[in-house]
Design a protein around this ligand. Structure first.
Ligand SMILES: Cc1cc2nc3c(=O)[nH]c(=O)nc-3n(C[C@H](O)[C@H](O)[C@H](O)COP(=O)(O)OP(=O)(O)OC[C@H]3O[C@@H](n4cnc5c(N)ncnc54)[C@H](O)[C@@H]3O)c2cc1C
Length: 266
């Protein structure tokens, strides 16, 4: 790993001053993705700016069904938050399934969305929840924010500050983790609000998380759950690699979708 300077930021003024002063600064939150990339020599920033101490970045606020999660909230804190569990337990359950205990104690929701790994769990939930990504300069609808594999709409040095959404009536996350990494081989997040279903799928496509309109229509129109076995993904770039063939991944999506649907219909 190349040498670097570390700055623990306490205010937005300090962040702007550090950006001005540093050659090639990079934000760090949990470091669960960034530090391995630095160890492998994939990136070599001159300065790391720790954003987890910035005001409001570690707060979870729930008002009615309106939720705001600070970008530096860890996966473990999301999993354990009582107010969030009361309105959207599926998101807490999703967070509890990320990686292992060490990853959950350090990794943050802001770092995860900024990274946009195609195997990450949150994107499936956030597109279903129609979340908004707040940054230091604007608010972006999540479907505009998540551009593609490891790609987002963030400009250089734009800071994710929070994620906001309205909790659905009911939701469920079903995941099949890769046995070594814990990342999703496939994950299905399903939610229902006012009799309307939304479905998001992660882990299975190089295009990142995607909505599944056919599954949403099938559930919203009350078709038999057995019809989920007929879902097709021909127009999508589904992974076909040494971890699992395309047919295997497609079948995983159907199985996980049915499990989630059974929960919501019960
Ligand atoms: C062994 C292992 C298993 C894992 N398993 C899973 C899993 O099952 N599911 C899953 O979803 N994820 C998994 N992860 C990834 C984990 O969730 C990370 O926490 C996450 O991807 C990155 O979050 P972080 O806070 O650690 O970000 P960091 O590593 O600190 O940063 C990642 C990137 O985001 C940028 N960044 C960080 N914070 C911000 C911000 N607020 N605004 C703008 N840019 C920012 C950084 O500059 C960097 O480019 C795993 C990781 C490991 C190491």
């Amino acid at each position: 790993m190349e040498p670097f300077s570390f700055h623990r930021l306490g205010s937005q003024q300090a962040r702007l001053a550090a950006l001005e002063a540093c050659d090639d600064a990079r934000y760090i939150s949990g470091g669960m993705t960034l530090l391995p990339s630095m160890k492998l020599g994939l990136v070599a920033p001159s300065d790391l700016l720790d954003v987890t101490g910035l005001p409001g970045m570690r707060d979870i606020t729930v008002e009615g069904r309106s939720v705001r999660v600070g970008a530096a909230v860890t996966h473990a804190a999301i999993a354990d938050n009582a107010a969030l569990n009361a309105v959207c337990p599926a998101l807490c359950d999703l967070a509890s399934q990320i990686g292992d205990r060490h990853v959950r104690n350090r990794g943050t929701i802001g770092g995860a969305v900024a990274n946009n790994d195609p195997g990450a769990d949150y994107p499936a939930a956030l597109i279903v929840l129609d979340a908004r990504i707040e940054t230091d300069i604007r608010t972006i609808a999540v479907e505009d924010f998540l551009v593609g594999m490891f790609e987002t709409a963030l400009h250089q040095h734009e800071l994710v500050t929070a994620i906001t959404f309205d909790a659905p009536d009911i939701a469920r996350y079903e995941k099949f983790p890769h046995p070594a990494s814990g990342y999703a081989m496939a994950g299905v997040f399903l939610a229902r609000s006012n009799s309307h279903y939304r479905a998001g799928i992660t882990g299975a496509s190089g295009e990142g998380a995607f909505r599944c309109g056919d599954l949403e229509r099938l559930l919203t129109t009350g078709a038999p759950l057995a019809d989920i076995a007929e879902l097709r993904f021909d127009d999508l770039d589904i992974f076909d690699d040494r971890h699992g063939s395309r047919a295997y991944r497609e079948n995983l999506i159907r199985v996980l979708a049915r499990r989630a649907a059974v929960h919501l219909k019960a």
